[in-house]
Design a protein around this ligand. Structure first.
Ligand code: FAD
Length: 393
């Protein structure tokens, strides 16, 4: 949304009064407390730990974790609105929330024992610990049934050996959700999920140099004969794939919401620029070719937002698995965020590349979300397979 009435009306139209209030409060907080330091954190490659800590007392750190565990859960749509508004100003802060809630906290809530919930959810909700999801391996991330990290049964528990790459928040995390296999030849029937304390002997976290998101400190995580006890297994050995599927459904919801926030940011930065920048004696926003881009930016953002909110409502209505809808929302929203960043740069002309303007940074950050939590190719494949009846939800 911007301050222009029709856009705000459309984005908020079918939200409840509470959801609108949450949006306004998160936006106000994010612009005041997060936005001013994003560029500096990025330049210095500094993880925004202290900014993330400020989310907890306001309830923005654990919007999917129930109050009984110290969280602030209201409903899934509200969770999406929080992710959207945080991502509108900072990819990394929004990612910390979405990984801790959708992938890690949500999995523990759904599949954890009472002891696992008590051990992990309160510190996640209070911000005492952050979370990482260790899924992708050097040999591939799209085909999760081909995971090679081995889980071998030993006296008193399991031994984990293998390597994970592109792991967000790893150097800061107090819990790793790790996907391993008890037998690679069993593919998805071998996948097992472990909840691991990152300070366990044998775990090494090393920085993975990236072209973007310097402030996230993406990492490689190596597991070298790491011993974990039986209580570290989430669910049953060999039954981790459905846990992962449910986690990724919710993960794709929050990633899609984050993409809507990023797409919206590109609009919010572009409209004032197009009003103020002049060429040939008039504001560039009066040229039809600029207007065409602005119209497309608005339409694709609203289309994506509609899919995201509807997916949230399906989850609020208790639909257990919404994999096709999650793929649709994530695909459309991530491509909208990238295209909006491209259009915003074009409308900013040379300033689109200037370090003084935010739109240039948005582009690579948006593009990462066409890759993370399932590439666009994977989502197109899944959607088509659901449509053709080859795959059932
Ligand atoms: C910024 C960022 C943060 C990330 N954070 C995390 C994290 O916290 N935890 C984590 O586990 N991972 C994380 N990832 C990794 C991400 O999830 C993977 O990069 C992604 O799943 C793709 O895996 P890959 O890179 O191994 O590509 P590959 O699986 O090797 O795929 C390469 C290409 O082949 C295409 N392809 C593969 N299979 C098919 C198919 N069947 N049909 C058509 N095309 C196909 C893909 O779409 C892609 O274009 C992150 C990545 C980025 C960029």
């Amino acid at each position: 949304m911007t301050d222009t009435g029709p856009l705000r009306r459309m984005a908020d139209f079918d939200l409840t009064e509470t959801q609108r209030q949450v949006r306004a409060a998160v936006r106000e907080f994010a612009e005041r407390e997060i936005l001013p330091s994003v560029e500096q954190h990025e330049r210095e490659g500094r993880y925004p730990r202290e900014v993330i800590a400020r989310l907890a007392p306001l309830g923005y750190l654990a919007p999917l974790i129930p109050e009984a565990y110290g969280g602030s859960f209201i409903d899934v749509v509200t969770y999406g609105v929080v992710c959207e508004e945080l991502a509108r100003v900072d990819w990394v802060v929004a990612s910390a929330v979405s990984v801790a809630n959708s992938l890690v906290g949500g999995s523990i809530l759904r599949s954890g024992t009472p002891e696992q919930r008590q051990r992990w959810l309160p510190p996640l909700a209070s911000g005492a610990i952050l979370a990482s999801a260790c899924l992708t391996e050097p040999s591939g991330g799209t085909d999760l049934a081909a995971i090679r990290t081995r889980a071998t049964p030993v006296d008193g528990g399991w031994r984990l050996t293998g390597s994970k790459v592109f792991i967000s928040h790893a150097a800061e995390a107090g819990i790793f959700l790790v996907a391993a296999t008890i037998d690679p030849s069993r593919r998805h029937r071998g996948v097992t999920i472990f909840l691991v304390d990152p300070s366990t002997d044998g775990i090494e976290v090393s920085p993975l140099p990236m072209r973007t998101l310097q402030r996230d400190n993406l990492a490689e995580v190596r597991f070298d004969d790491v011993h974990v006890d039986h209580e570290a297994v989430l669910g049953e050995p060999g039954r981790g794939f459905p846990i992962l599927g449910a986690a990724l459904d919710m993960g794709r919801f929050s990633v899609a919401a984050r993409c809507v926030g990023q797409a919206q940011r590109a609009i919010d930065l572009t409209l004032p620029y197009a009003r103020e920048r002049h060429a040939f004696g008039q504001p560039i926003g009066e040229f039809q070719m600029v207007q065409q881009k602005i119209a497309d930016m608005i339409c694709r953002t609203e289309a994506a937002r509609g899919l995201v909110y509807r997916l949230g409502r399906m989850k609020d209505a208790g639909v257990e698995r919404c994999s096709m809808e999650a793929s649709m929302a994530k695909l459309l929203a991530s491509e909208a965020a990238t295209q909006n960043a491209l259009d915003a740069i074009q409308i900013h002309g040379g300033y689109g590349f200037s370090a003084e303007y935010e739109v240039g940074r948005l582009l690579l950050e948006a593009k990462t979300l066409e890759v993370g939590e399932g590439t666009s190719e994977l989502h197109r494949k899944l959607i088509a397979e659901f449509g053709l009846g080859i795959r059932q939800s």
